[in-house]
Design a protein around this ligand. Sequence first.
Ligand code: SF4
Ligand code: SF4
Length: 333
Amino acid sequence: MSAPKLPIINELGYYDIRMESIGGMGANLAGQILAEACILRMGYNGVNFASYGSEKKGTPVKSFVRLCATDQEVTDNSPVEQPHLLAVFAEQLIGNVPITQGFGKGSVIAVNTVLTPEEVMDELKLPGCRIYCVDALKISMEEKVPLNTAMLGAVSKISGFIDPEAIKGVIKDKIGKRYPHLVDGNMKAFDRGYNDGHEADFSDSDKYPEVPFHRVQPDLGYENEPMGGIITNPGNTIVKNHAASRVGYIPFWHEDICIHCGDCDLTCPDHCMVFEKSTDDKGKEMVFMLGIDYNYCKGCLRCVDICPVDALTAEVESTVDVKKERADLRRVL
Ligand code: SF4
Ligand code: SF4
């Protein structure tokens, strides 16, 4: 089978795709499906692999697909550093993970977001490129399937050459064997990911210059690591921001309903609730809830389940101004 010519290739002859995601969103499976569609159904040569970090749900992950012409072998299995197509599964990664590293002028990007392509361009300071924005989270909630199939629709659309029917065929095969009742929802999510987004072409824009690629080097290596592998920089969760662990939902505190019972504080595994000692109207000393420190919240929503008066509700994160609503835990320490 001879595949159509790739729209752009690097000096080694590869078309490189990188998916930036959070463990649990299905980017790894999306990479497998995409590679299978391109290789087995469209006739390219290619490879798929992933980088999981600490391999757990909630941590940043990357999935890679590398394609080349039928008559070329894939001899490079290194991570995709300069993608021709970048897919961002989780908006929360923006600002927390260098997701656009190596993204050059002329590349294309698909983002799961409620923002417009213009807003994404400004938020990420992208060089001239084509941008496709789709609210994959909303689609996945409405179709009751993981958001990876909606994102595959977006990837197919912005690529301009990956056959949507090839991807749908693989999804049907893969999901249909084990979960036939989910095929319909995934097909709808894929089509909506393909059709319901907003695309804009900024290929000629020079608003933001291309950042020359440089490989980030780890702070410690074999040349400068202390003897015995001693860790000289003690970690402290107080300086961490766990926003990237959340998968689209966030607890929202309704101060007017809260009875300050403390149940959420006892339940939260990450001590995100901020309480402060004060006196009530009658002068009695007690602790009052001040809010949630979203820097440490991983979005498990256990606090929402436990609250006896519904003073905590689960909201879509992109609808909440997290910076404004955040209560700073350090204030009471
Ligand atoms: S569990 Fe609900 S009512 Fe109790 S302190 Fe938390 S938010 Fe307030
Ligand atoms: S969602 Fe989970 S981590 Fe976040 S505040 Fe609630 S219980 Fe804590």
